[in-house]
Design a protein around this ligand. Structure first.
Ligand code: GLY
Length: 383
């Protein structure tokens, strides 16, 4: 029977562990290469005799499901795998119901585990299913995109989309373990890797100027899969997220800082119909550049800061302005209307994450629509 020491030793070369300190719901995030092959032992060593039902999508399954199944089977933990269609439409009530029924048909019991093996869509959907299955079973996140490794797999937000908006239905349900295998990222399309990088840069921009400065120097190592650089970037991001989640698990205050760039970004995503025109991370990239330019225009942030941010975001090949989105000119009134539908609206006021400098974000709830609209009109015309 594998021991905890055995499974810890099995976290291989260059791997790191970040703890998310949430009392009796605390858990570890394991980050490093080669972890998929060790997943069975890592899960068995930390979470006991539970059996695992894997939820994944066709893309991830094609590349990596056999390796994960073999690893779980070697420990006698594999109960079955459910392979869903990739893409945002899968995160819906329509897919949730059959998924829950298929998990029950696998014979998963109260003490067993759902393994969410994929990007943000799979993590959010499978985590939500785990949260409501038998009134809540434990789940393990094995994120396969950079975005999921640094953001969505950590912190316990789960849910689905509805015609009224993204992520409006869901529960907070913390995973019991997160296994972020950096080798898996090598099969990610470059555009997805860049989109995930926007969330890495976000941690520097919202609270750690030193990290942003390091990324300006080191980012090429991330895209060339230099393990030391990649693991350090993910570890630093996850540590930043863990600290914020530990302070404010249910987003009554500080956790909103993680939404830097997201109020603008979500409106742009909605405007482009959540299509291939704009990936979530690309919307966040533009949104963060807008947040810095908006802060500068309000006199909150020193002149030149937004230019430095855009220079770096652009250097990795991410979009930095609304005009970078192909396929038609945006309308400021429409974007403001879409912001009003965001779940970050409180008492009818738009919530923005603004900045006093790089690494100095704060939550602002007193921005009126006319000011935002005029700023967006200038942004759209300046294209
Ligand atoms: N992705 C933002 C959060 O987890 O709060």
């Amino acid at each position: 029977m594998p021991t905890l020491a055995h499974s810890l030793a099995a976290t291989t070369r260059a791997s790191r562990t970040v703890n998310v300190p949430l009392g009796d719901r605390a858990y570890d995030v394991l980050i490093g290469p080669d972890l998929l092959a060790e997943a069975g032992r890592l899960i068995a060593g930390r979470l006991g005799k539970a059996r695992c039902g894997i939820v994944t999508d066709e893309n991830v399954a094609g590349h990596h499901l056999a390796a994960l199944e073999a690893s779980l089977r070697a420990e006698g933990r594999h109960k079955g795998s459910i392979v869903l269609k990739p893409g945002e439409p899968t995160k819906s009530f329509r897919e949730l119901a059959p998924l829950c029924e298929r998990l029950l048909e696998l014979g998963l019991e109260r003490g067993d585990l759902v393994v969410a093996f994929g990007g943000g869509v799979i993590g959010d959907l499978a985590g939500f299913a785990a949260g409501i299955l038998r009134r809540g079973v434990r789940f393990v996140q094995i994120p396969t995109s950079l975005l999921a490794q640094v953001d969505s797999s950590v912190g316990g937000k789960t849910g689905i989309n509805t015609p009224q908006g993204k992520n409006l239905i869901g529960v907070f349900h913390q995973p019991s373990l997160v296994i972020a295998d950096t080798d898996v990222l090598k099969t990610l399309p470059p555009r997805e890797m860049r989109a995930g990088y926007a969330e890495v840069a976000k941690y520097g921009l919202l609270g750690d100027a030193g990290f942003f400065g390091w990324l300006e120097q080191a980012h090429e190592g991330i895209f060339s899969y230099d393990q030391e650089t990649l693991v350090t970037a993910i570890e630093t991001s996850v540590k930043a997220k863990a600290a914020i989640v530990a302070r404010d698990e249910h987003e009554t205050g500080d956790r909103a800082l993680l939404n830097l760039g997201h109020t603008f970004g979500h409106a742009l995503e909605a405007w482009t119909g959540y299509s291939d025109r704009l990936l979530h991370g690309e919307g966040v990239a533009i949104g963060m550049c807008l947040a810095f330019r908006f802060s500068e225009s309000l006199g909150l942030c020193p002149a030149g800061t937004a230019e430095r941010v855009s220079r770096h975001i652009g250097a990795v090949g991410l979009p930095t302005k609304i005009a970078d989105i192909a396929g038609g000119k945006a309308n400021a009134h429409e974007l403001v209307r879409l912001m009003g539908q965001d779940k970050k609206v409180k008492d009818g006021r738009l919530t923005f994450i603004l900045v006093r400098n790089i690494g100095e974000a704060f939550v602002s709830r007193d921005i009126d629509e006319a000011t935002v609209g005029a700023f967006l009109e200038r942004e759209i015309e300046a294209a």
